[in-house]
Design a protein around this ligand. Structure first.
Ligand code: OAD
Length: 245
């Protein structure tokens, strides 16, 4: 791993334009439970059965209650060194794009400002009628309503069976195509279109770096693969870059 870290440091010192894709693994060290983990009260329900437009139409109160449970968890958790390192990198590189599949708001909490949230944000909500987006809405009783048209609000999350926001995914692909180095951290790279972003970058000549304790389907395409935790590997690389200056 030491060798791979040195290679990554060298690469990061050479590049000008960087794009990073993060997934649930980056928040694992902050204690954010995944969809598949045992969530006590909710363990008898599969996420796929709750996070769909059909489930919301059938029982919006039940779906909001589940999001309330997840919102509470997210608000209790703090960013970890992976989030903080990525926020520092944003300040260091002039052309830096952070793309995340996470909805937990921890990148923003750590100070990242230019962020493409592919799957939405658990603290946001939008109107089911006029589509107005609100930046901070907690699950509540009675159900959250639109301040503009009084219709029902829904979590601003991409649910199973729904498309990603076109502008956000378009921008992510443009940034991937334009970068010199594309880093993936903490993603199983199983969910598309997010998992296609590193391949788009490679197709345009970018180097690829993966940080994950496990291999993934995109590991064979990597220029450098580091098998480790994002909260340990990213700060280690960053310290070396700062100290060599
Ligand atoms: P997954 O849960 O599929 O994968 C998490 C990845 O993180 C795995 O490859 C782990 O090996 C890795 N991992 C675990 N701990 C880590 C650590 N400390 N540091 C680095 N990596 C670590 O999560 P995603 O790839 O984010 O979509 O899943 C993608 C999408 O699937 C989610 O955004 C969600 C889900 O369906 C929606 O909700 C739309």
């Amino acid at each position: 791993m030491k060798n791979e870290i040195e290679k990554a440091v060298k690469l990061l010192q050479q590049v000008e334009t960087l794009a990073v894709l993060t997934g649930a693994g980056v928040s694992a060290e902050s204690g954010i439970p995944t969809f598949r983990e045992d969530e006590g009260l909710w363990k008898n329900f599969r996420a796929e059965e709750l996070t769909t437009p059909e489930a919301f139409r059938k029982d919006p109160a039940f779906v909001w209650e589940w999001y309330g449970f997840r919102q509470k968890k997210v608000l209790e958790c703090k960013p970890n060194p992976a989030h903080y390192t990525l926020a520092k990198m944003e300040k260091h590189y002039k052309k830096f794009t952070l793309i995340t599949q996470n909805v937990d708001n921890l990148h923003r909490k750590a100070g990242s400002s230019h962020l493409l949230e592919l799957h939405g944000n658990i603290l946001k909500a939008r109107c089911t009628s006029c589509s107005m987006v609100l930046d901070f809405v907690l699950a509540d009783d009675p159900l959250p309503q639109c301040p503009q048209c009084v219709s029902l609000l829904r979590p601003h999350i991409v649910w199973f069976g729904e498309s990603l926001d076109l502008n956000t995914i378009d921008e992510a692909f443009q940034r991937a195509a334009a970068c010199d180095l594309f880093i993936t951290a903490g993603t199983s790279a199983l969910v598309h279109p997010a998992a296609s972003l590193p391949l788009e970058a490679a197709g345009h000549g970018a180097a690829l770096l993966e940080i994950n304790p496990e291999t993934t389907p995109i590991t064979p395409f990597m220029t450098i693969s580091i098998r480790g935790k994002a909260g340990e590997v990213l700060p280690l690389i960053w310290e070396k870059i700062i100290n060599k200056k």
